[in-house]
Design a protein around this ligand. Structure first.
Ligand code: FMN
Length: 194
């Protein structure tokens, strides 16, 4: 059975937001079509960004390629290595560290987050699943991808088709079947003092 984890909300939200969740059970036989792959990148490309500077850069690795194998074996932290290799693609998101004048490009991380959110939403629309990975060995991954020193890796995103939770074992299986939880609105909406 394919796991469903629809968000429980106090008011309706768009189905692509409610249905998205981060699985670790990916179908190791599914290969993203070229149309799916481009659609994800287009969704990311059309995100908003500060001054429309679009600082996001995407390195796309496909399962079966030598670079994918190297990235998942040396570029991910231990737990992530256990499940990510079954995804069809690993998309590594990087941004420039600095502006052209040498000052830190702090807002680039925010811009990249918006692009990633678009990509995740589009994946749900296409019936695909994504799992963002922050647990990276960034120096190794950067070297594997041949990234310039001016770029900083933000996250990697595993993309593929959902598989049944039972295809996982141990802690990954336990986490796969846990319900999704969130802080209550009361805890995150701040009210100024009168
Ligand atoms: C920036 C970021 C980094 C993350 N890093 C990891 C990771 O290294 N390994 C992992 O299994 N999940 C990782 N996640 C997935 C989160 O644990 C997951 O999004 C969160 O528990 C909420 O669950 P949901 O996406 O299913 O709603 C990451 C998510 C984000 C946004």
């Amino acid at each position: 059975m394919h796991t469903k984890k629809t968000a429980i909300t106090a008011a309706p939200i768009a189905p692509v937001i409610a249905e998205r969740w981060s699985p670790r059970a990916f179908d190791a036989t599914y290969v993203l079509t070229q149309a799916e792959s481009i659609s994800l990148l287009e969704a990311a490309r059309w995100a908003a960004s500060a001054n429309n500077m679009q600082p996001w850069r995407f390195s796309v690795l496909n399962r079966g390629e030598a670079l994918f194998d190297k990235a998942v074996t040396t570029g991910l932290t231990g737990f992530n290595q256990a499940w990510a290799p079954r995804a069809s693609q690993l998309i590594v998101l990087s941004v420039p560290k600095n502006h052209h004048d040498g000052s830190p490009y702090r807002i680039a991380f925010f811009d990249a987050g918006l692009a990633a959110a678009n990509l995740l939403t589009q994946a749900t629309e296409l019936g695909l699943s994504c799992h963002v990975i922050g647990g990276l060995v960034r120096e190794e991954l950067s070297e594997t991808l041949g990234l310039s020193d001016e770029l900083e890796i933000v996250v990697a995103i595993a993309v593929g088709k959902l598989a049944p939770a039972e295809t996982l074992e141990g802690p990954a299986y336990e986490r796969e079947i846990q319900p999704r939880v969130r802080l209550e609105l009361d805890e995150i909406v701040l009210h100024g003092k009168p």
